[in-house]
Design a protein around this ligand. Structure first.
Ligand code: NAD
Length: 354
């Protein structure tokens, strides 16, 4: 038989139920009943505890408690406290961003409890079988189907409260997954389509959301983008951009989403030299050059543009460049110390990449 375009294409996809819609958060009990579940522990961050209380009280007898101490980077001490709270539960309901969903995953990893998640940012953790956990100050990431949430409910009313600055950086953070996926070594026909669809949804939705943060149709559009960009992260490996963000975040304690937002046009411009064909959809969507188009989009959103505004000093750039080239890893363009140092300089100043 003649080989086809799709020969060898075998997407691995975990069974997940995904629903979208304003007010869908009121259907958690129905989702629990469909899975034969009766006692949920509700999870939130301290800031979103009130929202968690509302969910808990709406669930009535279907809720067995609220644990509202979810924290960035999933520290194991918090997970241990949450496990005690989960002792009478047969599932967890996570309402929040990547931090809260990370806690749900940490509980599932240890107990196999099913997860129903209601994302309130665009980070996309809900769509991945990946978990990062921090013990003794060191964050370790693993990939296992055990942590993939079973049900995702995207309610645009929940993300409508995300402040504009977080909306922008969280959206650009999600887009970074899609851009790196386009040139990933293990990309597939499916990951390409997910990435392009995710970028298009954010391009169309984010500007409308910034103009009117309560616009539910536009919010839903961006949540669709978040799902696609998260799904793509589940499919392929990341490269230079994520490595740089990890280095700057870990060593200089820079904030996660802002660092992603600032570096994205620069890391994409760096790789566009070697991955012009793969990144052509980005140039087409954002106009002209890959890095310049993304920079103009970030500027139109009012995103932070310069690393110096995050407190990084110019003196730190040499060390950051040294660390970024220290452990070799795959990237479409070779990682050269001087070119990386020049990239960091531009990102520090906030200049438009060529
Ligand atoms: P987050 O969950 O830490 O939330 C940031 C802040 O915004 C918190 O204070 C939270 O209470 C608040 N917040 C969230 N949604 C809100 C809303 N709608 N309205 C008002 N306030 C709201 O931020 P994040 O960027 O979603 O998650 C970051 C974490 O997720 C990191 O630890 C990152 O490593 C992880 N992550 C993991 C994966 C994965 O696949 N495992 C993917 C992406 C991110």
């Amino acid at each position: 038989m003649a080989s086809t375009f799709y020969a060898g294409f075998e997407p691995g996809y975990l069974p997940v139920k995904v629903r979208f819609g304003a007010g869908i958060r009121h259907e958690i009990a129905e989702e629990m009943a469909a899975l034969g579940l009766t006692r949920a522990l509700v999870l939130t961050t301290p800031e979103q505890a009130e929202k968690g209380e509302a969910v808990q009280s709406a669930l009535g007898a279907f809720a067995c408690g609220l644990f509202s101490r979810a924290t960035m980077h999933t520290p194991v001490e918090i997970t241990e406290a949450a496990l005690q709270a989960a002792s009478g539960a047969d599932c967890v309901v996570a309402l929040g961003g990547g931090s809260t969903i990370g806690l749900a995953k940490a509980i599932a990893l240890r107990t196999d409890l099913p997860q129903i998640v209601l994302p309130t940012t665009y980070a996309g953790s809900e769509a991945t079988p990946v978990i990062g956990q921090t013990a003794n100050g060191i964050k370790e990431t693993q990939r296992t189907p055990k942590v993939q949430p079973e049900v995702i409910l995207y309610d645009p009313e929940l993300v409508a409260t995300l402040p504009v600055n977080l909306t922008v950086t969280s959206g650009l953070n999600a887009m970074a997954h899609a851009i790196e996926a386009l040139y990933a070594r293990d990309r597939t026909l499916l990951s390409d389509q997910l990435a392009i669809g995710g970028l298009r949804a954010f391009k169309d939705g984010l500007l409308r959301v910034i103009a009117d943060p309560g616009a539910l149709v536009a919010r839903e559009h961006t949540q669709f983008g978040a799902w696609l960009c998260g799904s793509v992260l589940a499919q392929v490996g990341m490269a230079l951009h994520h490595k740089l963000c990890h280095t700057l975040g870990g060593t200089f304690d820079l904030p996660h989403a802002e660092t992603h937002a600032i570096l994205l046009p620069h890391s994409a411009a760096y790789n566009a030299v070697a991955a012009q064909r793969e990144l052509a959809p980005v140039a087409e969507l954002f106009g002209g050059s890959v890095g310049g188009g993304l920079h103009d989009f970030a500027t139109a959103l009012g995103a932070p543009l310069a690393l110096r505004t995050l407190g990084l000093t110019e003196v730190d750039l040499d060390r950051a460049a040294d660390l970024a080239v220290k452990n070799p890893y795959w990237n479409p363009r070779p990682i050269e110390r001087d070119s990386i140092r020049a990239l960091l300089q531009r990102a520090w100043e906030g200049t438009r990449p060529e």
